[in-house]
Design a protein. Structure first.
Length: 461
């Protein structure tokens, strides 16, 4: 329940009261001592009715932005309030949404002070860096809950939706500032871990599953970002702050920023670039989707009111349009790049599966395919690691060459191929193994895998 108070001129009071009477809203009109020739119209409404009524009032040409107060109300008893509650609470199937003013307050309440925002950005990235190096999903989840980035995205989307320039400016400055701080913070943490020998300096980052996941753009990441953008807008519009932490985890912004910092410290440009693409597509998608969700819920910006005759724009409106265009360009770039990553992975997976389906390799089963530097950045060839399992003692010296030929013929570019075979035995199977085979079994027991020669190395039959 909400109590709405609007200050209007005497000559406009009849426009306002006619709207309220048409909607069966009970109201009280009180003359204002100051300013003169004004009166205050006060009326209770269900939460879902506030924005609808205010929109009707705006359509009458009444400036509700001069003085309008919307406060929470525990209970009220009026002649027609029960009917309004039935219409907007019981029978309405629409999502309940708060007013523009309350939406602005919600966005401001979620946004921390700039100093707190910077500190939380750095601390959450440091925690995420430790979780990535530990390959610990639990620690990474804790870092995502701690990260403050979702609040700045919300404030920007709300600002664009209700045409609040201060929210837009704060969001557009805080987002790059916070993400930059997170990257630096993760880099500092990684550097300390490295020089203090907490983490080996020659660590291969791609060998850690969590780092590999947060440095490889894929279609599922885009899907999750879309869902997170819709969810955060619904959460704010419906005033459900309890779901904010869960959406922050789904957004997964800080792990990507931390991966960039670690990639820079360990001088792994492919890791850093992949994480950067993942970060940008997450942030851009959530920004755009949350704005579109607010729009779909019925919130409208007043930007079009500033469009002058002859299609000229005011300076303020031009700034808003520029922000929207930059966001769309970033989203377009990251979408194209992600498509290239996904297309590369799909082609590799298809060709490997096709090759292993040949009768020659019926005893091999695919375990894992890892791709790196799919775009061939920094004059380095893309790398593909293929892990297969076998329960026999057969050697497959030609397999790397076959896989490389099939993959390169479809990708039309050179690719580095590594093939790793894992030998295993099932209980109760007795074989006449040679000395070499017994040696292989012993290596498996010791936890070492057999690595077949790459296509660039001469294979021994």
């Amino acid at each position: 329940m909400r109590l709405v108070r609007i200050l209007v001129r005497y000559e406009d009071q009849y426009k306002l009261t006619s709207v309220l009477e048409e909607k069966n809203v009970d109201f009280v009109l009180t003359p204002a001592e100051s300013p003169q020739n004004y009166c205050v119209v006060e009326f209770p409404l269900p939460v879902g009715a506030v924005e609808d009524i205010l929109n009707e009032v705006r359509d009458q040409g009444i400036d509700v932005g001069k003085y309008t107060v919307v406060t929470s109300l525990e209970t009220a008893t009026t002649q027609n309030l029960a009917e309004l509650e039935e219409e907007y609470v019981e029978d309405s199937s629409d999502i309940k949404r708060i007013s523009h003013a309350e939406l602005r307050v919600e966005a401001q309440e979620h946004k921390p002070h700039i100093r707190t925002f910077i500190i939380l950005s750095a601390l959450s990235a440091m925690v995420a860096a430790a979780g990535l190096l530990l390959n610990s999903a639990v620690v990474i989840t804790g870092a995502m809950v701690l990260a403050p980035f979702l609040s700045t995205i919300v404030s920007g989307s709300v600002g664009l939706t209700i045409d609040d320039r201060s929210l837009i400016v704060d969001s557009m400055t805080h987002q790059p500032m916070g993400l930059g701080t997170a990257i630096v913070g993760a880099g500092v943490a990684g550097f300390l871990f490295r020089i203090l020998n907490i983490i080996p300096a020659n660590l291969y980052l791609r060998s850690i599953d969590q780092i590999h996941n947060f440095s490889t753009p894929n279609a599922l990441i885009v899907t999750i970002a879309v869902i997170a953008g819709v969810a955060v807008a619904l959460t704010v519009a419906a005033d459900i702050s309890s779901a904010f932490a869960g959406i922050a985890v789904a957004a997964a912004i800080v792990p990507s920023a931390a991966t960039i910092g670690l990639g820079l410290v360990w001088q792994s440009p492919s890791v850093a670039f992949g994480a950067l693409v993942l970060l940008l597509i997450n942030v851009a998608t959530i920004n755009v989707v949350s704005f579109l969700t607010f729009f779909a819920l019925g919130y409208r910006s007043e930007v079009l009111r500033y469009i002058q005759p002859g299609l000229t724009l005011s300076l303020r409106t031009t700034g808003t349009v520029v922000v929207i265009l930059i966001t769309i360009l970033v989203l377009g770039f990251t979408t194209i790049t992600t498509y290239q990553y996904v297309a590369f992975d799909q082609t590799v997976n298809h060709e490997v599966e096709e090759a292993l389906d040949r009768p020659t390799y019926t005893e091999l089963s695919l375990v894992e395919i890892r791709t790196e530097n799919q775009l061939g950045l920094f004059n380095q060839e893309p790398r593909v690691t293929i892990v297969v399992a076998s329960n026999s003692n057969h050697r497959y010296p030609a397999l790397p060459s076959v896989l490389q030929q099939e993959i390169e013929s479809n990708l039309e570019q050179s690719v580095q191929i590594r093939v790793q075979i894992i030998n295993y035995r099932t209980p109760g199977v007795v074989t006449n193994s040679s000395t070499q085979a017994n040696s292989i079994d012993q290596q498996v027991i010791l936890g070492r895998n057999i690595i077949l020669p790459t296509a660039e190395t001469k294979a021994t039959p």
